[in-house]
Unconditional design. Structure first.
Length: 343
C-alpha cells in the first residue's frame, strides 16, 4: 500500500501535498458536471467499450485483464446513466436489431429479475422527445413488463453520426444476422456515398472480403429480399453470395423457388443452394411412332421415346404371344451383348 493510501486508510488528519492531492483525485471517478462535458465523457466511454468488445470478439484467447477492464468501463457508464420516461422515446426506422421470439422472452425474463446492466442510448430532439440510438429491444421488454422508466445515457450527435453509432453498436452483437449487416452497410453507403469497402472494414472490424460477401445480397431477386425482410436469419452471407451469383447468370426463378422452400422449412440452407444450382432434367425428344399393318388394318402400333419402347396390339392374346416371342429375342440379344463386352 502506498504511503498516501496508508494514511487515508488510518483516517489521520493530515496536510496533503500537491502530489498527494493529485494522486487522491486520480482515485475518484472523473465524470464532468456540465451537460456537454458529460456527453463527451459518455461518448468516450462507449467508444472504449465498443473497441474493447471488438478486440475480445476477435480473440480466441480469453484475456482476463481486458474482461476486467470491460466490466469497469461498463460500470462507469452505468453510473453515468439516468432514468428517462419511456413515453418520451421515439424510434427511427431501420435501426432495430432483429431478435427471435425466443431471445425476446429470455431478455424479458432477465430484465424482470435483474437490473439493467447496459443502459440504452438516446439522443435529445428539439421537441423534447428522445430518439433511441441503441436499445430498442430493451425498451420493448420494459414496456411488456409495464415499466414507465428506463436507464439511459445521452448522446449529442448529428443524424449521420447517430445512424453510424447505432449500426456499429449492433454490429458488435454476435447474433446480428448477415442480412441485417447488409442493411446497415447499405445505409452507410447511402449516407456516405464516397465510403469504400476498405473504410467500412476498418470501422467495423469485419474483413473487406466478408463485407464483399455481405453486399452480394444486392444481386438477389426482389422476391428473395422480401422474404429476408421477414426472416433475416434465413440465409448467411456465403449462401447469399452463391445464390446471388446464380440469379445473375439467369437462374433467378430457381433461386426464388429454392428460397421459398427454405422459408417454409421444407429444406435447409445447403439444400436450397443445391436446388438452385441443379440443372433441369434433359427433356426427352419427340416420340417416334411406327404402325405395322396386317392388310389394311393396324396390327401393332410401336412408339419409342428416348430409351423406352411401347407396343400396342388390338387384342390381349396377340400381345401375350408377341411378349413370349420378344422374351426369347431379348434373351438372345442380352447373351450377344455380354459376349461382345468380354471380347
Amino acid at each position: 500500500m502506498s504511503a498516501l493510501k496508508d494514511r487515508m486508510a488510518k483516517g489521520l488528519t493530515i496536510m496533503l501535498t500537491e502530489e498527494d492531492e493529485a494522486a487522491a483525485a486520480s482515485m475518484k471517478p472523473n465524470m464532468p458536471t456540465t451537460g456537454p462535458g458529460q456527453t463527451m465523457q459518455i461518448t468516450a466511454l462507449r467508444k472504449q467499450i465498443e473497441d474493447l468488445k471488438g478486440k475480445l470478439a476477435k480473440s480466441d484467447d480469453a484475456n482476463g485483464a481486458a474482461e476486467v477492464r470491460l466490466k469497469e468501463l461498463e460500470e462507469q457508464l452505468a453510473s453515468a446513466a439516468t432514468d428517462v420516461e419511456i413515453s418520451r422515446l421515439v424510434e427511427v426506422p431501420g435501426r432495430r436489431r432483429y431478435m427471435s421470439p425466443e431471445k425476446k422472452l429470455e431478455l424479458r425474463e432477465n430484465l424482470r429479475h435483474n437490473k439493467l446492466v447496459h443502459p440504452i442510448v438516446v439522443r435529445p430532439m428539439a421537441n423534447g422527445a428522445l430518439e433511441i440510438v441503441s436499445g430498442h429491444n430493451r425498451v420493448d421488454q420494459y414496456k411488456e413488463l409495464g415499466r414507465d422508466k428506463i436507464r439511459a445515457v445521452f448522446e449529442e450527435s448529428t443524424d449521420d453520426e447517430a445512424a453510424a453509432s447505432a449500426f456499429y453498436a449492433n454490429l458488435l452483437q454476435s447474433d446480428l444476422t448477415d442480412y441485417e449487416k447488409y442493411r446497415g452497410f447499405k445505409q452507410m453507403q447511402k449516407r456516405f456515398p464516397s465510403i469504400t469497402q476498405a473504410k467500412m472494414a476498418e470501422q467495423s472490424g469485419i474483413s473487406e472480403a466478408m463485407i464483399s460477401y455481405i453486399l452480394a445480397f444486392d444481386d438477389l431477386p426482389v422476391e428473395v429480399i422480401a422474404i429476408l425482410e421477414q426472416q433475416p436469419a434465413l440465409i448467411g452471407a456465403m449462401a447469399g453470395k452463391t445464390l446471388a451469383g446464380l440469379a445473375k447468370t439467369g437462374r433467378a426463378a430457381e433461386v426464388i423457388a429454392a428460397v421459398a422452400q427454405l422459408a417454409e422449412g421444407e429444406i435447409d440452407q445447403s439444400q436450397a443452394v443445391k436446388l438452385a444450382t441443379a440443372k433441369p432434367a434433359k427433356a426427352a425428344g419427340p416420340a417416334e411412332t411406327v404402325k405395322i399393318k396386317a392388310g389394311k388394318a393396324d396390327y401393332c402400333v410401336m412408339r419409342r421415346a428416348s430409351n423406352v419402347v411401347r407396343l400396342q396390339f388390338k387384342s390381349d392374346d396377340e400381345a401375350k404371344r408377341v411378349q413370349a416371342a420378344l422374351h426369347k429375342v431379348l434373351e438372345a440379344e442380352s447373351a450377344a451383348f455380354i459376349a461382345e463386352q468380354r471380347d
